[in-house]
Design a binder for this molecule. Structure first.
Ligand SMILES: [Zn+2]
Length: 488
């Protein structure tokens, strides 16, 4: 029928396939019955007399019947397709042959109920008609994997949903040697052979996906995983080696592969020394019933992260530091500024500086659009003057360190695009620049035991997957806690 059919496996589609199977069965039965009737209708003399049975004639008659049945079946299902031009949804829906109530409900459901608010040139729609009656409308946004589906019965919409394209997650190891930069090393040896359908970078889409893949991988490695352990500007030398276990999304429908995340990493310096990141899957205490999260730890169970990022924007300059008294630029009188302002272009991403739960997300007077996040150990952070909030979050959402929560704006009492960033500890304002940021919580107790038990298993598997013995530190680092324990 068309591509959507091979994707996803909802019950409904299975039912539809069953229907088609039944229809095929019915057709075969009809053919057999027709053959039987012709056979029986022959006069007995035909059988007994020497005249040969007209085999060719019956075969061709049967083929004719089959062709007719196929034509009749094809006639029962029609698929009309239209392409959106100039971002105009209504025109494309009309092209599918929908009018009146069906036209209005289809546009309404796609835009309001399913949230497909922005259409782009080249997005496609299709309508499936069964014996002339509309049975389903599908919309395929070009920038998403998957499609919107609206089911019709007796001409009215009865159900609608977004059907994501089936994907599977696979693990892969990467080994590479750094000769100039980490980017070059990843570009030369990290791309999966089946990144694109053809296995080569033929189109500009393939190339931009390759650049995107390496950028995401490098960002996660250098800006997130090892940002406190390795200075990728000064420490990296030719001859360094890098080993990774990564997860990839494989999209069978498109024959494409995308980067998902890094599970484990080892970075060996040519002059000696080894940085390591090991995965641990757990559920944070704060979020009961939340999804299982992946965090990375050193060999001894210490977190690779500190509790907070240095600032809530990827780049920006301090336009107004923390102070207990200053002249307010809008109000015109002296008022304490219990936060740090980072000037950044309108729309710049604002990150949650640490893991936590959103407690405020909305208009808050002079702060304009305000977000507050509650963290562990009595900390709270605030982000003011936002232009907008990140999609898919609300008060109560658990956000991770570095996750986008909003965008820089100039709402509320503000003279230009900036984010007002403030931090409280146990309800008291603190200067985020002076606050000594503790490391993120290390693994302890039963979690640490499980982590230490899993570690050798992971390393053995990793070596097997890589086809080589992976380096281990010459001296097992001893954490401060265990040193104290030894001294006691
Ligand atoms: Zn401020």
């Amino acid at each position: 029928m068309e591509t959507g059919c091979s994707q996803g496996a909802t019950d409904r589609r299975r039912r539809k396939n069953l229907l088609r199977y039944k229809r095929n069965l019915w057709a075969v039965l009809l053919i057999v019955a027709a053959a039987a009737v012709t056979f029986i209708a022959r006069t007995p003399s035909d059988r007994n007399l020497g005249e040969p049975w007209r085999f060719g004639y019956y075969i061709s008659a049967m083929e004719d019947a089959q062709t007719e049945i196929r034509a009749a079946m094809a006639d029962t299902i029609d698929v009309l397709t239209s392409v959106i031009g100039d971002g105009f949804l209504g025109g494309a829906v009309r092209e599918l042959g929908l009018g009146g109530g069906q036209y209005l409900s289809t546009c309404g459901i796609l835009m309001d109920s399913l949230g497909w608010s922005v259409q782009q040139r080249g997005d496609t729609l299709s309508a499936i008609y069964c014996r002339g009656a509309l049975s389903e409308v599908r919309a395929f946004p070009g920038n998403r994997r998957g499609f919107y589906s609206i089911q019709f019965e007796n001409g009215s919409p009865v159900a609608w949903e977004y059907i994501p394209q089936e994907r599977w997650i696979r693990q892969r190891t990467i080994c590479c040697e750094v000769s100039s930069t980490v980017w070059d090393a990843l570009w030369d040896s990290a791309l999966p052979p089946d990144l694109s359908q053809s296995g080569m970078l033929l189109s500009s889409r393939d190339s931009s996906r390759a650049v995107g893949y390496v950028s995401e991988l490098q960002h996660e490695l250098t800006d997130r995983l090892f940002c406190y352990d390795i200075d990728f500007y000064y420490d990296v030398q030719p001859g360094d080696s890098l080993w990774l276990i990564i997860e990839e999304n494989r999209y069978p429908g498109d024959g494409e592969t995308g980067f998902r995340r890094i599970l484990a990493a080892k970075y060996k310096f040519a002059y000696g020394g080894l940085a390591e990141a090991f995965p641990f899957f757990h559920r944070p205490d704060e979020a009961e019933g939340a999804e299982i999260l992946l965090d990375h730890y050193h060999r001894d169970g210490a977190s690779l992260r500190t509790m907070f990022l240095k600032m809530p924007v990827p780049f920006g300059r301090v336009s107004s530091p923390y102070s207990d008294a200053r002249m307010h630029p809008v109000l015109g009188y002296t008022r304490a500024h219990r936060g740090i302002d980072y000037a950044a272009p309108l729309g710049t991403e604002i990150y949650a500086v640490g893991d936590g739960t959103i407690t405020v997300r909305g208009w808050a007077g002079g702060y304009g659009n305000m977000i507050r996040v509650r963290h562990a150990n009595g900390y709270e952070t605030g982000y003011g003057h936002c232009n907008g909030f990140a999609a898919g979050q609300s008060v109560g959402s658990y956000v991770r360190q570095g996750e986008i929560i909003g965008y820089v704006g100039s709402t509320g009492l503000s003279t230009g695009p900036h984010v007002h960033f403030e931090m409280k500890r146990n309800g008291e304002y603190v200067n985020p620049a002076e606050e000594i940021v503790p490391p993120a919580n290390p693994l302890e107790g039963p979690e640490l035991e499980r982590f230490l038990a899993e570690l050798p298993v992971l390393e053995a598997q990793w070596s097997m997957m890589s086809g080589m013995e992976l380096p281990v530190p010459e001296v097992i680092p001893v954490s401060a806690d265990s040193t104290e324990a030894l001294e006691e």
